[in-house]
Write a protein that binds this ligand. Structure first.
Ligand code: SAM
Length: 212
């Protein structure tokens, strides 16, 4: 279903500068309409963020593509995602052949993402907790992708990133953020690239924003 719409979306992403063929291939394989509420299905292949309930969103496809391309995950690598939401980004990472660990704080969203991973036969480790403190048990991770806007770089996430690993995280205020692409070069040092501007829902937690 929606094959033409999905192909058109991928063409749009290419025109907008997404060039990593592995990312584009993964996005052709993952059916975004399965990750959005029924009422939103006809918009599933528009290049926009869509509401998924509980005040949360599935990110814009361009943003998913850009963040994934920036992370540049390789098959077999261990990737931690903070903010499972609909499960779409985790599914893309899984199709790229990575070992995905994903954390969602909202139990309703966690349950529905867990169900869809199961239905689609995606082997993804998911948990419901505060992702701002990471998932220590399986650290270090080759990549960490944070899909909610953070007031700063959570120190536990930095600690759980492998040396040579990359973290992609939107940092800013509650409404607008700069995407930081951080490469950890040693226990003490890292390089950062910054891309303005993105708008994510807030990362709420011990190392994120306080709940309102
Ligand atoms: N990656 C998602 C997708 O593919 O649909 C989109 C994520 S949505 C923009 C951000 C998500 O982060 C929301 O579902 C929100 O509940 C979750 N979130 C916010 N703070 C969190 C935290 N501290 N730990 C885990 N999840 C968090």
């Amino acid at each position: 279903m929606y094959e033409t719409e999905r192909k058109d979306l991928i063409d749009q992403l290419k025109r907008k500068g997404i060039s990593n063929q592995n990312v584009l291939d993964a996005m052709i394989k993952v059916e975004r309409h399965l990750f959005v509420p029924d009422i939103m299905k006809q918009h599933a292949y528009d290049d926009v963020a869509l509401p998924i309930g509980y005040g949360q969103t599935i990110s814009q496809p361009y943003t998913v593509a850009f963040m994934t391309q920036s992370l540049d995950p390789q098959p077999g690598q261990k990737i931690l995602e903070i903010g499972t939401g609909s499960g779409y980004q985790a599914a893309i990472l899984c199709k790229l052949g990575t070992r995905v660990f994903t954390i969602e704080r909202n139990d309703k969203l966690y349950n529905s993402a867990f169900k869809i991973f199961d239905e689609l036969g995606l082997r993804i480790a998911a948990r419901c907790s505060d992702g701002s403190i990471g998932w220590d048990e399986f650290a270090p991770y080759d990549g960490i992708i944070v899909t909610a806007g953070s007031p700063g770089i959570p120190k536990n996430l930095m600690k759980q990133l492998a040396i040579g690993g990359k973290m992609v995280i939107p940092v800013g205020d509650r409404s607008i953020q700069i995407l930081k692409i951080i490469t950890k070069t040693s226990d003490e040092e890292f390089n950062t690239n910054e891309i303005p501007y993105f708008a994510f829902v807030p990362l709420v937690g011990r190392e994120g924003w306080k709940e309102k």
